[in-house]
Design a protein around this ligand. Sequence first.
Ligand code: PLP
Length: 423
Amino acid sequence: MNHQYSLEYARQLDQQDSLHSYREQFYAPYLNNKRAVYFLGNSLGLQPKNTQDEVMKIMEGWANFGVEGFFLGNDPWLHYHKQIIPLLTGIIGAKEEELVIMNHLTVNLHLLMISFYKPTKKRYKIICEAKAFPSDQYAFQSQVKYHGYDPADAIIEVYPKKGTDLITTQDIIDIIEQHKDSIALVLFSGVNYYTGQVFDIEAITKSAQDAGAYAGFDLAHAAGNIKLQLHDWNVDFACWCNYKYLNSGPGAIAGAFVHERHLDSESIPRLEGWWGNAASNRFKMESSYTSSHTAESWSMSTPPIMLLAAHKAALQVFAAAGFDKLLMKSNALSEYLFFVLNYINQPKEKFRIITPAKASERGAQVSISIHENARAVFETLMPLGIFADWREPNVIRIAPVPLYNSFEEIFIFADILRQLLND
Ligand SMILES: Cc1ncc(COP(=O)(O)O)c(C=O)c1O
């Protein structure tokens, strides 16, 4: 597409965008009485305007019925999650029975590693990306130590080739081949939080399983951001948070996926609690556990219903907009962002875009490595109405999100950046 570097042109793109009005369905920060440009949906998605109503309904149920709210009212809490799971299947690419909404991301990562990281003397290694999000690194290290192994020996990180920023699929496959007799688990993110690079989940899964290992994914930056087909890709397990692209609020309840072939498998152990017990038996208070034959078996505790309500409200907005349409808009926004960034980055190069330009290798996030005065440039953005994000040593991350960002905002950001870098 032949783009133009002008405000009028960006506004024209917004006029042609059938999803443009969705931005009015979100609260956004204001600075100096003007709606700020919020490019932090990869960190905490904005609040949908229907969320407060959904949460209030739960408060009213609690006020009116007390504990009987689990069974009474329009949306009895006992089955509340059943309204949510169908809204997630298309976003995650999973069957209903493969999904569970529970806990928080790092907790779920640990619980799923209890099931899928079962090291033996021969097979005990975890293959992961170098510089995984720190919480994941701590989870890997503590799991390895918990089983009596040494993280320095058991955790194999895949690095980009020297002089490059990105890890290729072949880099990952080569390391898996190299360690193939000693790997227990391959655990990658779906989208790297720093570079915005999308990993080839299907190819990594196949390579891990060919080597006799399980393949699991942390989809914090992928869920609601890129097309996922976890069931068809044969992924063993995955988990994600819902506060980024899925707009379900700070500390939102998280999600997890277990492939259907593992749901009743004797060889996959799990930690259990009463909420994972089949709903038909849960209140019989028996000492024996009855599997629900779904991923819900991994849930343990009474779910936080108010958090479920916020999650449901956000997913209703996705359903109304249509996930495939959102993905198309996301790609169009990112293409325009690449165009304007490349436009302002000449004749003299002032920054390097780390994120791959190719649509299949990135989602909504673009990471920009600024050559000079990066921190000062970043700190000037917020007072000028641009909410962006900083990663050491010199990277500004920008996430134009299709539900509430516009082409105009991309132009405004680029033009501010141009002026700051030319000053
Ligand atoms: C890739 C990744 N993993 C783990 C976490 C930690 O998530 P939580 O605090 O919900 O456990 C985050 C948070 O941003 C993340 O981006």
